[in-house]
Design a protein around this ligand. Sequence first.
Ligand code: PLP
Length: 473
Amino acid sequence: MRYLSTRGGLIGGQTSAPFSTVLLEGLAADGGLSMPESYPQAELDAWRPLSYPALCLEIVSRFVDDIPRDALKTIIDKTYTSEIFGNAEITPVRELESGLSLLCVSNGPTLAFKDIALQLLGNLFEYVLEREGREINILGATSGDTGSSAEYAMRGKRGIKVFMLSPHKRMSAFQQAQMYTLDDPNIFNMAIEGTFDCCQDIVKAVGGDAAFKAQYHLGAVNSINWARVMAQIVYYFKGYFAATRENSELLDVAVPSGNFGNILAAHIARQMGLPLRRLILATNENDVLDEFFKSGCYRPRAPEETHATSSPSMDISKASNFERYIFDCVGRDGAVMRELWGQLAQHGGFDLTEPKYQAYWQRVQASGFVSGRSTHADRLQTIRDVYQRYGVMIDPHTADGVKVGREHREIGVPLLCIETALPAKFAETIEEALGKTPPRPAIYANLEQCPQHYVVLPADAEEVKTFMRKQLI
Ligand SMILES: *Cc1c(COP(=O)(O)O)cnc(C)c1O
């Protein structure tokens, strides 16, 4: 399997690159994202009975042909264990009522679904760096959950340093403590005076400085890293097999979305032949993606227009992975992608309902996506309702998905809502909704009382580079 840039340019210095190259590089040289040149087709009958690691090996080995299968198996088997994920199923399905279930993907070390991909990424990085005798400095941006998840996956790993940008004072107290209490010498936390989108722009600017990138061996772990999307494809298959009895059945999934990474994995699973009927995308008050799927108009907001909400991991107005989805919808034509992303840069948006883009808009409409939006009041109401009806506590992001999922639910088609974090991470909102504190795993009992380690920096790429240079001499 070779990988292409969504903008049609070079990747790793060539027209296409192998997996290991895209694993370690963030953006392609032309500013695009890496995508597999084709999607392998699923073998549903053979895959249905498999355990999580065995299923993962089948899927991942189809996207990775430059790591031997037995090495991949070792990496996957040590990643997806019940010690790390609390459960041999790894991503169990929890039925709320007949035809409505949660896919629980947030039982990893940092209590959010991002652990599923980042735990694997950490082990893949270690393997490839060791094999190639290389070191890497990971520069990432987090809206709250990626950062801690990446840091827990990379802490203490040889050849890897992590520089993580997070939006100062815009994460929950628990999220902040989870990241900033880490004191490993290979972990550096930078709190940026701005929003997540500012952090992401800085990562792009620093990564776009080719000389800096080469000199300091920069790599990416934010959701533009292809390997994260790949790892997330697995749990859509696992969830489908758990929620259905036969491979002829259809399933709807509801996914709370921010950077479009999670639901992109669902889209790819569907392209691989997984019988997903609808991909129900839920946004919070930052509703750029909902607007796109309703109107065909993609218009990312400025950082000042991005609301700080009670589902903070979705406070994103410029969804990086959306570019990968549009790449599919424009027939994987790099020239069209350059045109659309040129319009984004020049005019702040593009509109796929324009006559010349009609064919692409039709592909969007045939891709199974529907969308909706959820507000703070909706989250509180949904958390309360799910707790009263089923005795299950859900986190505010999951609640956004459940709220929008139910609006699109149809009799006869089971609905699987992705549980993207545990309620313990967002105690403030749970307390507001239910008047009680969510249970917290014992290892995190006194988290907020521990000393925190981070620097506060202005939203400026040059300041970030200066800080990194000081740490890297
Ligand atoms: C990251 C995150 C999301 C959004 O996922 P994307 O892949 O960015 O769309 C939703 N909920 C939680 C809890 C998250 O951590």
